[in-house]
Design a protein around this ligand. Structure first.
Ligand code: FAD
Length: 457
């Protein structure tokens, strides 16, 4: 008997329930990845993620070959390709991870219909891309939690399943053709500082983080200059790490740093359970509808300056330039830049979310869209009208200006006490800020516009 395992956002061999189930009873398995035309057509196949994906697929293929198998890669419509491969391999069942976005839910329905019409079984597996499956914990009166704190209380009481080991041998049937694996070097327009993908790199990073990084996480996680977070987000996005395994291994440490880290992992599951229940929230305002944003036409120059890191607010510009250079941004930077776009420039969160998705290596429909909604005050923040002040935030989270100096070289020579407000420099000192631009808008004007717009809603 033969099974097909469709790999999606779970590009690993450790703790992989679909693969484990597919191998049961000594079956042969076709490990399959499809470059899905639907994902590319929706604009999601951007260079940073395609390059990282290429690393992941090569690594997965290597690991499979080490166990007697190989990866089959195809391109096209995912449902058609799965059906074709199942027919070529004469497989009677297909296994894959359950997923949450509107697109993934539609893919599930289409796959089920197409495969069952051919007399094949299809199995969707939970807890592959989340630690706790969406819908496992719910409040009394709804199908999902809309506020994180009570969600986290319930999430924390869940007993996770045991993580699974790696299968020793994988036998792939003859006669199933594969395209060549993609290569990172062939992808154009990749950020120069992009991280390396693949399960081996992910596991190395996780082990190093749990050994020496997590202890200081609670204290340091907001410090922009220290960069003291795990940077595991791309690995969790592509599933080169299993969330169940990461939570379990971090949980064992039981120190405040590990606890704070696990709490952030629960945010991932929180957004997924929300999107699973309300897939429309990837584009539509989730809780509070706001439609007074400045039009993209009126705000075009501001949006452009924000994207390029030329707003005149050093910490905002540093973070936007980090995004472009690394395809990744520190969480505090994401909060600050998103707040600045939506609440100071008063531009629709969807404009910012799109730009992030164009560049982020961890760019993820659930986490990106719902975090943007959280910041914009249309989502799950219980204080939707809070505005982050980029100057006070910068002084708090980048006190010596190390983060700004790293990403905004024009300000390298400005002294620490002035680096977050270069417009205040006077006399000869002004020259130390080079041709760094003046602020697009004063914070007082931004706040006045925000209050006026929100007051009229
Ligand atoms: P750590 O601090 O080490 O956290 C560990 C893991 O917990 C992360 O890897 C991530 O998987 C998860 N996590 C942490 N914070 C959050 C959070 N607020 N929401 C959900 N999961 C979280 N994260 C993404 O993975 N993809 C995105 O597209 C994304 N877009 C964002 C957009 C905005 C506007 C904001 C404010 C946040 C966004 N985040 C996104 C969440 C968060 O910023 C990143 O997960 C984090 O910065 C990744 O760095 P890290 O792995 O070092 O995180």
């Amino acid at each position: 008997y033969v099974s097909v395992v469709l790999f999606t956002a779970d590009l690993r061999l450790h703790d992989h329930p679909p693969l484990r189930a597919a191998l049961q009873g000594g079956r042969q398995v076709v490990p399959l990845f499809v470059h899905d035309r639907g994902v590319a057509d929706a604009g999601f196949a951007v260079p940073n993620r395609m390059a990282f994906l290429a690393d992941c697929l090569r690594d997965l293929d290597d690991e499979l070959r080490g166990r007697g198998g190989r990866l089959v890669v195809r391109s096209g419509d995912v449902v058609e390709e799965v059906c074709k491969v199942a027919a070529e391999a004469d497989a009677d069942e297909v296994h894959l991870a359950a997923d949450v976005s509107a697109y993934a839910q539609r893919r599930e329905r289409r796959l089920r219909r197409a495969l069952e019409a051919e007399g094949r079984r299809v199995h969707f597996h939970d807890t592959v891309t989340t630690a706790v499956a969406p819908g496992t914990v719910t409040p009394a009166s709804s199908d999902h939690f809309a506020v994180f704190t009570p969600y986290f209380r319930h999430w924390s009481t869940q007993r996770l399943r045991d993580a699974l080991g790696v299968p020793r041998t994988i036998r792939v049937p003859e006669g199933v053709g594969s395209e060549e694996l993609p290569s990172r070097a062939a992808v154009q327009g990749v950020s120069p500082g992009l991280a390396t993908g693949g399960e081996r790199e992910a596991r190395r990073r996780l082990a190093a983080w749990l050994r020496s990084g997590a202890d200081a996480y609670e204290e340091g996680r907001d410090d922009l200059g220290d960069d003291a977070t795990s940077r595991l987000s791309p690995h969790l996005h592509f599933g080169t790490l299993s969330p169940v395994e990461v939570v379990q291994r971090a949980g064992v440490a039981d120190n405040p740093g590990a606890r704070a880290f696990v709490r952030q992992l629960a945010w991932r599951d929180f957004h997924r359970q929300l999107l699973a229940a309300r897939p429309g929230a990837s584009t539509a305002d989730y809780r509070t509808k706001r439609d007074r944003w400045r039009s993209e036409r009126t705000a075009r120059a501001d949006i452009e300056a924000w994207r390029e890191g030329r707003t005149g607010y050093p910490v905002v510009d540093a973070a936007m330039r980090q995004l472009r250079h690394e395809g990744w941004m520190h969480n505090r930077g994401r909060l600050l830049t998103a707040s600045f776009l939506t609440k100071t420039l008063y531009v629709d969160w969807r404009v910012g979310a799109r730009h992030f998705l164009d560049l982020l290596v961890d760019g993820d429909v659930a986490n990106n869209q719902l975090n943007w909604q959280w910041v914009a005050g249309t989502g799950t923040d219980t204080r939707p009208n809070r505005v982050l002040n980029p100057v006070t935030q910068a002084k708090r989270y980048d006190p010596d200006g190390a983060y700004v100096r790293r990403w905004v070289p024009e300000l390298r020579d400005v002294r620490a006490g002035a680096i977050h407000e270069p417009w205040k420099l006077e006399g000869l000192e002004r020259a130390t800020a080079g041709d760094y631009p003046d602020p697009l808008i004063t914070l007082a004007d931004g706040l006045a516009r925000f209050r006026q717009a929100r007051g009229r809603e």
